[in-house]
Design a protein around this ligand. Structure first.
Ligand code: ATP
Ligand code: MG
Length: 432
């Protein structure tokens, strides 16, 4: 039978030896966002296709080209989530979370699915961490959200990340802006890509987000949304900046940021880096005051961001940021003979119950092979049990790095004896 060893294009495995890097980053995200009052929400990996069509927006690349959509055996159209916000918003509505007090603050870790052209930093299955705030129109919420993202990057010690912010106004100010954009881009009808030509009719702002070099060059000269903001949106944007200044968060205003999803209003922002090539946006977010209504709910102004975990890990790698691996086999108990094996099994269990990582032979290998394995996995201490040790209820523990040896008891005093040994070994280490 042919071996099935190929993963699907655009997907990646996280192997046991590298998962600590993910866990480290995820733990910091969890911790930092908790400090801001966010609690995790978990939603299904697939939803009714209609949810994304409405929530993400019909004119977006995501909905038009990138979704994994299929009919179930029951004839229902479902879609693998391309992002995390639509599902979270659906859950907020479905469970009427607005009755539990506003604002609602939710965080999420999701795998996302988009049929894109795989390249560095662009996958078909990727992972996002995101924060969502529902039920506030205050600019303080926008600034707080941005601060939370910044705190995470600070904790991760990521440098050279630019925060770029913009306001894309509300439907009121956008009407005039769309008109101005249309007039501008119509002069370049002969040069725009096909997708942008259709965007010109349906949603000219999307052209500002086009990745084609020609379109983005043309977009540089386009009218700026910030010149078209209504009074309310302008005031809101100024206030957001004031709060950011107050928090000491550095940013630049970039009037070309519009974000790839349709639901955004007012504040939009991105954290961008130049150190991982073309796919340099590690975090994107903003306000989406119309989303909940779009999904059939009441007016519930909301905002959020999502950061791409793969891209973030790439940045950390590129910047040489060391990620501590807290996993360590503390003790390997090698055993010779059946009764020794049973004893090792029992001792390992006892230590594990105290939260210590212990390994012992479950393969049935000889002593030499066991010790080789202990070395391979980087066990800190090793200990051998044979007939003599069983008889005397004592064994020798060896620090695999220093070669120092200690005698400990392996009877009912084992746990105590092991812990004592560790303390004196560490003191010895400090004394050197
Ligand atoms: P891009 O402009 O790079 O296509 P986007 O605007 O489509 O990004 P969002 O939908 O805002 O991205 O998603 C938020 C974050 O998720 C991005 O900033 C990025 O870090 C990550 N991301 C988006 N698409 C992918 C992908 N295909 N592969 C890996 N990460 C991705
Ligand atoms: Mg995209």
């Amino acid at each position: 039978m042919a071996l099935i060893t190929k993963k699907i294009k655009g997907t990646e495995d996280v192997l046991p030896k590298e998962s600590y890097r993910w866990q480290f980053v995820e733990n910091i995200m969890r911790k930092e966002s908790q400090a801001y009052g966010f609690r995790e929400i978990r939603t299904p990996v697939f939803e009714h296709t209609e949810l994304f069509a409405r929530g993400v927006g019909q004119t977006t690349d995501v909905v038009q080209k990138e979704m994994y959509t299929f009919d179930t055996k029951g004839g229902e159209s479902v879609t693998l989530r391309p992002e995390g916000t639509a599902g979270a918003a659906r859950a907020v509505l479905e469970h009427a979370l607005e009755n539990e007090g506003l604002p609602i603050k939710a965080s999420y870790f999701v795998s996302c699915y988009r049929y894109e052209k795989p390249q560095a930093g662009r996958l078909r299955e990727f992972h996002q961490f995101g924060l969502e705030v529902y039920g506030t129109q205050s600019p303080a919420a926008d600034a707080e959200l941005i601060c939370a993202a910044q705190s995470i990057f600070d904790r991760l010690q990521i440098g050279q990340l630019r925060l770029e912010i913009n306001s894309i106004g509300c439907p009121k100010c956008r009407a005039n802006y769309h008109k101005a954009l249309k007039e501008y881009f119509e002069q370049y009808k002969g040069e725009l890509c096909d997708t942008c030509l259709s965007r010109l009719e349906k949603n000219p702002m999307r052209i500002l987000d086009c990745k084609s070099p020609i379109c983005s060059k043309i977009a540089e000269g386009a009218p700026k949304i910030t010149d078209y903001l209504c009074e309310e949106c302008e005031k809101h944007f100024e206030a957001v900046q004031k709060y950011l200044d107050r928090a000491g968060v550095k940013y630049t205003v970039n009037p070309t940021i519009v974000r790839g999803l349709d639901y955004y209003t007012k504040t939009v922002f991105e954290f961008v880096t130049d150190c991982i090539g073309a796919q340099g946006t590690v975090c994107g977010g903003g306000r989406y005051d119309g989303l909940i209504e779009e999904l059939g709910g009441k007016h519930l102004p909301s905002l959020g961001f999502a950061m791409g975990l793969e891209r973030l890990l790439m940045v950390m790698d590129k910047q040489g940021i060391e990620i501590p691996d807290f996993n360590e086999c503390k003790l390997y108990i090698a055993a010779m003979g059946e009764s020794a094996n049973e004893k090792a099994f029992e001792l390992a269990k006892a230590l594990r119950e105290c939260g210590v990582e212990v390994q012992t032979d479950i393969v049935g290998r000889g002593l030499r092979a066991q010790m080789k394995y202990a070395d391979k996995i980087g066990a800190k201490y090793s200990m051998v049990i044979g007939d003599n040790e069983l008889e005397q209820n004592k064994a020798t523990v060896k620090n695999m790095n220093t070669g120092k040896q200690y005698e400990i008891s392996i009877d009912k005093d084992f746990i105590n004896s092991f812990m004592q040994m560790e303390i004196s070994d560490e003191q010895e280490f400090k004394a050197v």
